[in-house]
Design a protein around this ligand. Structure first.
Ligand code: NOJ
Length: 741
């Protein structure tokens, strides 16, 4: 049997030194490099007993510790009991933290600086609370299916956009001192049957879509990965040597450790030899407490009997210690100061709400704006309608893990949630603006169509707020068991919009949603003059919305997914059993390939100003053939080399300041078999005053111009002409060029 632990066994053979250079970024970098971290880990490893080692890799058991996951301390080396805590948008089970914008909303800002800052603030709060490992960010689900219940915890079904967001978030978090955990690895694309189902993913699809953002996570020096519940090609993720040893630890040269999702471990030796490094929570949480322990003394016996090599146990521990050293947690790191099982108070939010406000605002995507009805200009009267316009009667935290949908939606439900410190609802924020403007506000804060219509009838403008929620499958909300059953708004939102639009000629629809919805019932209704896609904005929801509605800022968000005209256009469904329907064509890749007209395409978003594109220049080209470089975290080193630079001039040719997200798409030459017509390979966000111009610069890496050749098992740059398309969305291409290889 080939051993995949060898490349990392000895620090001497470790050629993983590169930390992405981001000197220009503001936050202080707290990380050392992996080589130094491994040297320290090796020195400490030598001092540990077998019992210590087993304690480090085995969780203490469900709810047997302050955090959702805990390990045993090893006093001889000053190694603490590690505290592992959710989650991707804020810290779970503590009051007084920040409820940030959800991942999908962060993605819709397309703003790398805000995404990085969000990660850094998340990490800073975790550190203050003594959390060693923060269980995020999320690249799986990627979003194969728009109905996937947890898509909103991650970023986008486009692997490039998700990959950038993963890397920026991880670097931001780890610079603050916490260990990031890239999850759920891999193929966990739905909630239905998630603990039993199999994802049978072809090798090329795995590489080009699902593995891609995890490669970015490894490249960003993520300390840890979480293996998922599902099977991949017949074997459970947390026991799957092909996924853990071969893809992650060998091909991606991941130096950190793999911890199991909670109860995702199935056997003692299979998981150890498959490449899992830490079991969480350490016991079976379905049976509670201390039973169902698959490692602990069972692992110790397996090592004694030779079923698991001593070197494998050492490798697990070395990885865990190295990750701890990597982010500097050996130096004065706080001890967990909260208890997950009795939610108490803290005060770690600081000024982090500035990031939430900026994302709430800049992640909003303006979809329709007839005759420039927005921004609002001191209307005489406004009606604000819908249960989504107010905080739920029970309060923003009225249901555990946000498992109800009774008021304005600002995050989904499940383990990826936080307690809101406060939640500014649309009506709250509109009322304060209205007071300044002398506008009369009438409200109907439920989803009753008759009441909504009567509130709207005599108002100059009617704002209808609707939503769609989803979450993790251990909670069922209004018969939705995680995944969405359809792409409609909840609570008959379409009827509410239609009832209001029937009586008010200036109806504005505001949508809070976990993912795409079908807008067909009203999108062409002439009385629906504006549609504001407000995503999942976190605690500053209403404030960000008012910034856009009243023009304090011009909208600059772009859709991180496609909004279709009908559900079948996505070509995917939630699988009843195992899922074998995986191909390269998800989201816009499919719409392009099948020539399906979307309602709003990937990357779309209106502004209050106009941008013109000019002066495309393409400089450089890669050599043809496979990447052959030495391995660094993320894969072959040359995959990460910049091989071509594309620039374009973007000018704000409208009347107000605004921000534009120019996007670069690559079309592969025909020598690359069956490649999607175009794939996102660059974006940037330019903030431009009226009349000002700026340069968008896209650095293309070798990986960006490669496809995965399953036969050769390599990333290959094909020969021929690559199409370079730069535009304002995936279908609004303004400039084209080519790269000939
Ligand atoms: C299960 C979820 O899938 C995972 O995301 C989470 O981190 C753990 N539970 C711990 O709460």
């Amino acid at each position: 049997m080939r051993s995949y632990i060898l490349p990392l066994l000895a620090a001497a053979t470790l050629k993983v030194t590169a930390l992405p250079a981001n000197e220009a970024k503001s936050e202080k970098r707290a990380v050392i490099d992996w080589t130094t971290a491994y040297q320290k880990a090796n020195a400490s490893l030598a001092k540990l007993s077998v019992g210590d080692k087993v304690g480090i890799v085995t969780g203490t058991g469900w709810q047997l510790g302050n955090c959702v996951g805990n390990t045993k301390a090893a006093g001889s080396i000053g190694f603490p009991s590690l505290c592992l805590q959710d989650g991707p948008l804020g810290i779970r089970y503590v009051n007084g933290v920040t409820a940030f914008a959800a991942g999908v909303h962060a993605a819709s800002t397309w703003d790398i600086d805000l995404i990085r800052e969000r990660g850094n603030f998340l990490g800073a709060e975790a550190k203050q609370l003594g959390i060693h490992v923060q269980l995020g960010p999320v690249a799986g689900p990627l979003g194969k299916n728009p109905m996937g219940g947890r898509n909103w915890e991650g970023f986008s079904p486009d692997p490039y956009l998700t990959g950038i967001a993963m890397a920026e978030t991880i670097e931001g978090m780890q610079a603050a001192g916490v260990q990031a955990c890239a999850k759920h690895y891999i193929g966990n694309e739905q909630e239905r049957n998630r603990e039993k189902m199999g994802s049978n993913i072809p090798d090329r699809v795995m590489h080009e879509l699902y593995l891609w953002p995890f490669a970015d996570a490894a490249h960003a020096n993520a300390a840890s990965f979480m293996c998922s519940y599902n099977k991949i090609n017949g074997s459970y993720a947390c026991e799957n040597g092909g996924i853990l040893n071969k893809l992650l630890k060998d091909e991606l040269a991941f130096p950190g450790y793999v911890l199991s999702d909670w109860n995702a471990q199935h056997t003692t030796t299979g998981s150890a030899n498959g490449g899992m490094d830490m079991t969480m929570p350490g016991s079976n949480f379905d049976t509670g407490g201390r039973t169902g322990v698959l490692w602990g003394s069972a692992l110790q016996s397996a090592v004694q009997s030779g079923q698991v090599q001593q070197s494998r146990l050492d490798d697990m521990v070395r990885r865990i210690l190295a990750a701890w050293y990597l982010v500097g947690q050996d130096q004065g790191y706080p001890t967990a100061s909260f208890n997950s099982w009795r939610i108490g108070s803290s005060n770690v939010g600081g000024n982090h709400k500035t990031n939430v406000r900026a994302m709430a605002r800049d992640g909003i995507v303006l979809l329709k704006n007839t005759d420039k009805v927005l921004p609002l200009k001191k209307p005489k009267s406004i009606a604000v309608i819908g249960s989504d316009s107010v905080v739920a009667p029970k309060g923003a935290n009225g249901c555990a893990d946000r498992g109800c949908n009774d008021g304005t939606l600002a995050m989904g439900w499940g383990s990826g949630t936080a307690e809101f410190p406060y939640l500014v609802a649309p009506l709250d924020a509109i009322k304060s603006q209205a007071q300044k403007d002398g506008t009369t506000v009438s409200a109907s804060s439920n989803d009753n169509t008759g009441q909504g219509a009567s509130a709207a009838q005599n108002a100059e403008v009617a704002i209808v707020c609707i939503n769609a929620d989803s979450g993790e499958g251990y909670i069922t909300v209004e018969r939705v068991a995680g995944d969405r059953p359809n792409l409609d708004p909840w609570h008959n939102g379409n009827d509410l919009v239609k009832a209001v639009a029937a009586v008010n000629k200036k109806t504005i629809v505001v949508i809070h949603s976990v993912g795409p919805l079908l807008l067909e019932p009203y999108i062409d209704n002439p009385n629906v003059v504006a549609v504001v896609w407000a995503g999942l904005p976190g605690q500053e929801s209403g404030n960000g919305l008012v910034d856009i509605l009243y023009g304090a800022a011009s909208p600059s968000g772009k859709l991180p997914y496609t909004i279709a005209k009908q559900v079948n256009d996505y070509g995917t469904s939630i699988a009843a059993g195992d899922d074998s329907s995986w191909d390269l064509f998800i989201d816009y890749r499919r719409f392009d390939q099948q020539k399906i007209e979307p309602r709003f395409e990937f990357g779309f978003g209106l502004s209050y100003t106009n941008f013109t594109y000019s002066d495309l220049a393409v400089d450089g080209k890669p050599s043809a053939g496979p990447a052959t470089g030495a391995k660094i975290p993320g894969g072959a080193k040359d995959l990460w080399d910049t091989v071509a630079t594309v620039t374009a001039k973007i000018t704000n040719s409208g009347g107000v300041a605004g921000a534009e997200v120019p996007q670069l798409y690559i079309g592969m030459p025909s020598s690359a078999p069956q490649a999607p017509p175009k794939q996102l390979r660059g974006f940037t966000k330019l903030k431009l005053e009226a009349g000002a111009g700026g340069t968008a610069t896209f650095a293309l890496k070798r990986r960006d111009l490669s496809y995965w050749d399953s036969g050769r098992q390599q990333w290959v740059v094909p020969t021929g002409d690559f199409t370079v398309s730069v535009g304002a969305s995936s279908r609004d291409i303004r400039l084209t060029g080519k790269i000939t290889v």
